[in-house]
Write a protein that binds this ligand. Sequence first.
Ligand code: HEM
Length: 518
Amino acid sequence: MELFSLQSFLLLLLSLSFYIYHHFFASSKTYKHTGFKSYLILGTLPEFLKNRHRFLDWTTEILTSCPTSTAIFSRPVKIRGIITANPANVEHMLKTNFENYPKGERFISLIQDFLGGGIFNSDGELWKVQRKTASYAFNTKSLRNFVMENVRVEIESRLIPSLDTAAETGRRLDLQDVLERFAFDNVCKLAFNVDPNCLGSGGGGKSESTDFDSNPNPDRFMQAFEEAATLISGRFLYAFQFIQKIKTFLNVGSERRLKESISTVHNFADKIIKSRISNELSEDRHDLLSLFIGIPENNSPDFLRDIVISIILAGRDTTSSALTWFFWLLSSRPHVERAILKELEMIRVRNGKRIGDVYDLDELRDMHYLHAAISEAMRLYPPVPVDTKACLNDDVLPDGTAVGKGWFVTYHTYAMGRMEKIWGTTCREYLPERWLTEDGTCRQESAFRYPIFHAGPRMCLGKDLAYIQMKSIAASVMERFVIDVQDRDTCPEHLLSLTLRMKGGLPVSVRRRRADDR
Ligand code: HEM
């Protein structure tokens, strides 16, 4: 409580000094440099405080008005950086001069207590060794088949039955929550072959071999994970980092809750890892933990825990975020919905399938329009809307912007999706057709113009698996159900955690699709 008062007091003091300075000394000295309004001493802080609740749209407006789509951002006490939506700069930082733009100490230290040195939160050798093993694992056919099978089981045994029940009872659903539960179950299976059954009815999920029964509430792990991810991302929005440090030191407020949720997550993961290390040898497994345990230099329990948690974080809210925005966009665009249904029908007729039969990998690959519709949804609502690196040594970006040693450099995927320079005058419209070539196949876009999955050596490892999951879910849901979004014409508010979520979820009602709906 006292800390909140301290923070409020400091903010008040700051606002007051800002007001006095601005009113009496600075009105003629307030200057605009490459986008953000900046003030002597306070830098961009006053503007940041005024706009941080609409951070993405505010920064998009600024970047749109900058000649090279790059802006300088400064806050007091040494924080200074660049935000860019310029593809040439993105290529430079993610590929050409990759070594100069690591995650950096500030980023790593802020989330270290949750992720340790896992792949998502490491640089240099520590990252390389994990990347090498994980790249190999993500590219094996057995992992792909394992994911296909898990997705099929989860769709048939949980997703469809829960939508069926909602259709029958007329109960409203939060579609975002349903999709998040699906993704969480799925990524836990992939990461360590544990099934938390967050989507299943009545709870009580069981894994085939781990001691999950000792956890009395199957939702607890997911809730703790959720809370840890949200609170830890809040650390990036402190106006003054020392306030967070004091709260951590005193173990109060959000920092106390964070510590508790991290401890729940870690205990859970540790238990599984320990039991797996002792039982592993005799079993034929395809999950990522098994692959890592098999490599002698990688198998200390803490190291394994960090990897598993990083992968759960990376794969957890990303596909659900993409699909939630996709279903919202579709709700007011019946022509796109019809085009997807037509494509599914063509595939079924060609392959002698019926509605409800599972689509295999080749059939998923043939869904070009659906692929385009999902990619287009992520262009406007990227699951990871901004991504930040640190600059190791002074540098000059391709657009001529000078970057200093120690500055942060953020590429702004959300703004890039709204740039006329990249996508033309229709940049703000939802048009899956922009992805299609003349023969109807979905084209690839340069990862530097469309860095949804990152680019260069650190590119997302789960991209193919993500499309398998998203297309399987979209196809099976759409051909069986009509999703009625409660408020389809109002753009939902963003909730910015590590991923782009909808504030308050996506309330929908569901009904079974009839022949005349197709
Ligand atoms: C629509 C879905 C997804 C999107 C948009 C996405 C996006 C991204 C982005 C932007 C990064 C770079 C983050 C950074 O380093 O700052 C990343 C990294 C990563 N992603 Fe994904 N991701 C998705 C799904 C998945 C899935 C399902 C998995 C697997 C479980 C996964 C695994 C990873 C891993 C392991 C990394 C770390 C790569 C590295 O640092 O070398 N992702 N992803």
